[in-house]
Design a binder for this molecule. Structure first.
Ligand SMILES: Nc1nc2c(ncn2[C@@H]2O[C@H](COP(=O)(O)OP(=O)(O)OP(=O)(O)O)[C@@H](O)[C@H]2O)c(=O)[nH]1
Ligand SMILES: [Mg+2]
Length: 312
């Protein structure tokens, strides 16, 4: 299942950001510490290419700290960006971020530094802005697409922030990246299927985080397959249909919500090494598509040749 969710307001927001670009002095991209690569929008990377660039890895409290460190080094080396990992629920990183902005872009007399705050839906952009402003000025909420239009926030210290709606992009190249986005809560409920996403997450956790799984769900032994794991949790939590069969949709929703809330543990959904392997696969998918297109073209040409030969 590939997840596509690119409603009109995201298209509009992407266009507006591109148009405003010449006025923007610093780009802050807010990414999710649990999935720093999959939550980094290629359009924003492109917009930020020639601008002073800060990557804020939010929800660091939900991610594996050692993996977050690896990602920070990765972004510093690969994208020449300054990075900061934060827990916006427990920390007030405002002063540290303002210092980064001032270092990257020393303020000009009498003019505001315009800072674009961008990123995928539900990653914490508005929460970050409230922390920088020191007051609840931007609307926040634990679901994607809370912010629907741009909003300027004057910090009255020479910095003007631009809060933007969370944006995704029209085509996500690897199915695992879509699943990780869906697991994190960046995709609207109606654009995904909880059981598909739960199967993906269960398979990943069985392989990479068996111990936190065992402890959370008090399992003596871990089942071998994602379906067996979800069925066992479903039976334990009373998610049963008539006849005693486990209601997979219900248990999947519980499983994903607990994962998102950090109740299974501090879990990172990807490492730089996994992304390197994904990128090789993306290249293979692209080659396969090209090969199929060429095959179709050859078949068409052959058909035309035969039709011409029959006419003679
Ligand atoms: N645990 C945890 N939760 C966070 C953190 N940062 C933000 N959140 C929560 O994530 C949810 C989304 O935050 P918002 O600030 O509304 O996200 P946004 O990026 O502005 O979302 P959209 O406007 O919908 O694109 C809220 O429930 C926040 O409380 C963090 O560092 N840790
Ligand atoms: Mg917002």
């Amino acid at each position: 299942m590939a997840i596509h969710w690119y409603p009109g307001h995201m298209h509009k927001a992407s266009k507006e950001m591109t148009e405003l670009l010449p006025l923007i002095n610093v780009v802050i991209e807010v990414i999710d510490a649990r999935l720093p690569y999959s939550s980094s929008n290629p359009l924003i990377a492109q917009l930020a290419e020639d601008k002073p660039n800060i990557k804020i890895l939010t929800k660091a409290d939900l991610a594996d700290a050692a993996t977050t460190e690896l990602w920070q080094r990765w972004f510093e080396q690969q994208h020449n960006a300054l990075t900061l990992a934060v827990n916006l629920k427990g920390e007030e990183p405002g002063a540290a971020i303002i210092e980064l902005i001032n270092t990257l872009y020393p303020q000009r007399e009498g003019r505001n530094t315009l800072v674009l705050v961008s990123g995928i839906p539900n990653v914490g952009k508005s929460t970050l802005i409230n922390s920088l402003a020191g007051r609840q000025i931007a609307k926040t909420g634990n679901e994607p697409a809370i912010t629907k239009g741009q909003q300027r926030i004057n910090l009255r210290n020479g910095i003007m922030l631009l809060d933007t709606p969370g944006i995704l992009w029209p085509k996500i190249d690897h199915p695992a990246w879509s699943y990780r986005l869906a697991s994190s809560g960046a995709i609207k409920d109606t654009a995904m299927s909880y059981d598909d996403v739960a199967f993906f997450a269960a398979e990943y956790l069985l392989e990479h985080y068996p111990e936190p799984l065992r402890q959370r769900f008090e399992l003596q032994q871990l089942p071998a397959t994602p379906v067996a794991l979800l069925e066992q949790i479903g039976a334990q939590r009373g998610c049963l249909r008539a006849g005693g069969r486990v209601d997979l949709e219900r248990v999947s929703t519980i499983f994903i919500n607990e994962l998102r809330a950090g109740q299974i543990g501090q879990i990172s959904f990807e490492t730089p090494e996994m992304i390197a392997a994904d990128l090789v696969e993306v290249e293979q998918f692209k080659q396969e598509i090209i090969a199929k297109q060429q095959q179709r073209e050859q078949l068409k040409a052959e058909k035309r040749r035969r039709t011409r030969a029959n006419r003679r």
